[in-house]
Ligand binder design. Structure first.
Ligand SMILES: [Fe+2]
Length: 382
């Protein structure tokens, strides 16, 4: 049983280290205290496996060379010197570059600053930009992608009204996701539709293609024509709906996060299937993905009591996202506008339209989630 006392080996290291107090505890942990900040305890292996030392990380790529899983699990910090030299119980020692330690222990910015919204969201707050501006100014694209991250959708104006005009925006970010339907695909009523999307029928709120793995990250919906009666776009903030469900019916929320359901698309040329919950959380409990697609969802033949719970929970969630709910945002896309939607967060749909009164022709494609996130991070202000 180690004695709980602290041995202060270094009183203070100076310039470039922001005057940090480094202390080694009896357990061999490194305690770091900056001016006025609460002390931070660093696990010796946590510290070791990210050291900017050529024996640990490749200087060129920043990727780790040392097999971290082979680091002795009883590793201890044994020394810390005024010049930033740190030594470990296995004999390894390195000198930390000035300022490195402060950066390593800095509080990481929250992964995403989501702004939850409902059907009252004012159009003046929609993240939007002109394509010409996005092309001319990387900072404008960065701002749009930050807005997309915050609200889950964004509108690009001034997109060429031609079949592949939407690619002019996609190309600013990265390659589009190819599927069994190709890249850019029509969304308009056709005879013998292979999907309800291709009819003038209204579309209930849904996320796209939950039967794929991975699910397409972002949807780009480019409006070429929209002059029929009806055909407005509808959006629901699925993260907001999930947070509401968690608040008003925690048991239903829990059921939807723990019940894997099957999403399936099957035709002559494709059999796509994936099992996942309607609401997915990460290890910290944060909601990270919503899957909702009535057209393609089937729950397995679970025990009756589990099905009872699932059906009740699904009904409770539906009440929150249904077209009549206060969460539904409705607006009309104009030709030359492109709607970008976070397919992990938003549920989208449309009102029905009447073919006899005009046409509704959209084209859509997908971007992978990592490509959008990559561009946003590259362009975010330092
Ligand atoms: Fe869709």
């Amino acid at each position: 049983m180690p004695v709980a006392f602290t041995v202060r080996l270094v009183a203070r290291i100076g310039e470039g280290f922001a005057h940090m107090d480094l202390t080694i505890t009896a357990q061999g942990l490194l305690q770091v205290a900056g001016a006025g900040d609460a002390p931070v305890l660093l696990h010796p292996i946590w510290l070791r496996e990210r050291l900017p030392d050529a024996a640990v990380l490749d200087p060129q790529t920043g990727q780790r060379l040392e097999e971290a899983a082979e680091t002795p699990t009883d590793l201890r910090v044994t020394a810390a010197a005024h010049d930033g030299t740190i030594a470990f119980s296995d004999g390894f020692a390195t000198r930390l570059p000035a300022g490195w330690l402060a950066g390593a222990i800095a509080v990481q910015p929250h992964q995403a600053q989501h702004v939850h919204w409902d059907g009252t969201l004012d159009a003046a707050r929609f993240p939007c930009a002109d394509l010409a501006d996005l092309r001319a100014r990387p900072a404008a694209l960065g701002a749009l992608l930050a807005g997309l991250d915050a609200y889950g959708f964004a509108i690009v104006r001034g997109v060429p009204i031609e079949p592949d005009g939407g690619l002019a925006f996609a190309d600013l970010i990265g390659p589009i996701r190819m599927t069994n339907w190709g890249g850019m695909a029509d969304v308009k009523a056709i005879p013998n539709a292979y999907d309800l999307t291709m009819t003038p029928r209204h579309l209930e709120p849904h996320s796209d293609n939950p039967y794929r793995d991975p699910v397409p990250g972002y949807i780009l919906l480019h409006c070429l024509q929209n002059d029929a009666d009806g055909g407005d776009s509808t959006l629901v903030d699925g993260f907001h709906a999930a947070a509401m469900l968690r608040s008003i019916d925690p048991a239903a929320f829990d059921t939807l996060t723990r019940t894997d359901v099957t999403f399936r698309y099957h035709d002559d040329s494709a059999f796509l299937e994936h099992q996942a919950p309607l609401i997915e959380r990460n290890a910290a409990g944060d909601v990270v993905q919503i899957r909702y697609n009535n057209r393609t969802e089937m729950v397995g033949r679970l025990p009756v009591d589990q099905l009872d719970a699932y059906y009740a929970a699904r009904a409770a969630f539906w009440k929150l996202i249904a077209p009549v709910s206060p969460l539904t945002l409705q607006f009309r896309l104009q030709p030359g506008e492109l709607l970008v939607m976070d397919n992990y967060r938003l549920l989208h749909g449309r009102t029905g339209y009447t073919l006899a009164t005009g046409s509704r022709h959209m084209r859509q494609c997908y971007l992978d989630r990592d490509m959008v996130g990559s561009k946003r991070r590259l362009l975010q202000p330092a």
